[in-house]
Write a protein that binds this ligand. Structure first.
Ligand SMILES: *[C@@H]1O[C@H](CO)[C@@H](O)[C@H](O)[C@H]1NC(C)=O
Length: 367
């Protein structure tokens, strides 16, 4: 509840409105399909144009942060910044690209501001433009982080031809390569999309027990799982037979806790690539980076509470359509779907919940 104390007046008012809203309708879990992997199919040219004009020098510096007394572990004031191999760290991986830079920065800011031990969070940024490293250092001067170059060529030939060239985004696939990119001393990582904020301490998500499983994510077992794959997939046992002995459920790949040791030992990067190659010759699904994760992991996922991915807040393509939260507690708000809070706020047509995103925005003179 630490974060509650940090709420601004506007933020609290918005929260109260949400809590009191009489019609807290949930939307069908099937809507989870409108997640980030789909965004790049739906992304409008106008979004791209406006984000290209985003000036990376127009970001304000994040406010300073410091661990609470009870954080324990190494004292960073004596030893300098934590090394990446320090066992007390919480590891977070996020992509940084020009189009979603404002979202990634708000996500990082939200994690720091709601953590009891912000100095103990280590960020792993995946980029295809290494000049962003200086940008991170100037925006978050105290941050423990490392920037990793993700070569778009890694996936160029694996992205299905069904994807329109102009909208394809190789960084969207970088989450499949974390186990190889990050230092081998990093045994676990939380992968987060760039269109979300945390309103709770990320260490609670970090300490989720994955049990025997390699990844953890909130699961949506009421979603119609069959629609994530083509009729061709479901008509050929060589394909759908992969789910034999499993109870596959949809999960959103925008928030995942990954055991990197189990991932490396299991060769999951290659397993996901195997399905991506099959897709090129057989068209077994229509979407981008999500279905191969479902093929490899669905039904073999550690269940994480739904509060850690209140997804779908981006709404759908219909202009002006806004989404409510799912019933239940909220620790993470995810603007998956076509709308992004920064674009709606800029166009003076925000959805009510976008007011929860803006306190973390560091762009321009806002906030
Ligand atoms: C699930 O989706 C498939 C494919 O779109 C459809 O044929 C089937 O009727 C759906 N099932 C339910 C229960 O809605």
């Amino acid at each position: 509840m630490i974060w509650l104390m940090k709420l601004s007046g506007l933020f609290s008012a918005a929260m109260v409105m949400i809590v009191l809203a009489p019609a807290l309708q949930s939307f069908p879990p099937a809507e989870a399909i409108r997640s980030s992997h789909l965004d790049f199919y739906l992304r409008l040219p106008v979004d791209t144009a406006s984000s290209r004009s985003l000036n990376r020098f127009s970001f304000r510096k994040a406010s300073t942060f410091r661990n609470a007394g009870q954080c324990g572990g190494g004292d960073s004031r004596l030893s300098g910044k934590f090394g990446v191999c320090d066992p007390n760290l919480v590891h977070v991986a996020i992509t940084l690209d020009v189009e979603y830079l404002r979202g990634s920065v708000a996500a990082v800011n939200s994690i720091l501001r709601n953590s009891l031990c912000p100095e103990s969070v280590f960020f792993h940024f995946l980029v295809s433009d290494t000049s962003l490293e200086d940008f991170v250092r100037s925006t978050f001067p105290q941050l423990n982080f490392k920037v990793y170059y993700f070569d778009p060529e890694t996936v160029r030939n694996l992205i299905s031809t069904s994807v329109r060239q102009a909208l394809e985004q190789p960084l969207n696939y970088a989450r499949n390569y974390l186990a190889g990119l990050l230092e081998s001393c990093v045994k676990k990582v939380i992968y987060l999309d760039s269109d979300l904020i945390l309103v709770d301490d990320i260490r609670k998500l970090w300490t989720t027990n994955l049990g025997e499983w390699t990844i953890g994510a909130p699961e949506y077992c009421h979603a119609n799982f069959s629609k994530y794959f083509t009729a061709r997939f479901w008509s050929d046992e060589r394909f759908f037979g992969t789910f034999a002995g499993r109870k596959p459920c949809y999960f959103n790949t925008g928030v995942m806790v990954i055991d990197l040791v189990k991932w490396r030992n299991g060769g999951y990067t290659e397993k996901i690539e195997w399905w991506m190659k099959l897709q090129k010759s057989n068209r077994i699904y229509e979407l981008g980076s999500l279905p191969p994760f479902l093929l490899v992991f669905a039904g073999n996922v550690a269940t994480i509470e739904h509060r850690w991915n209140q997804h779908g807040l981006g709404g759908d393509n219909v202009r002006g359509s806004c989404r409510d939260l799912h019933p239940g507690p909220t620790s993470l708000l995810h603007w998956s779907g076509s709308g992004k809070p920064w674009l709606r706020l800029d166009s003076k047509q925000p959805c009510p919940l976008d007011a929860l995103w803006s306190p973390y925005d560091l762009y321009g003179n806002s906030g």
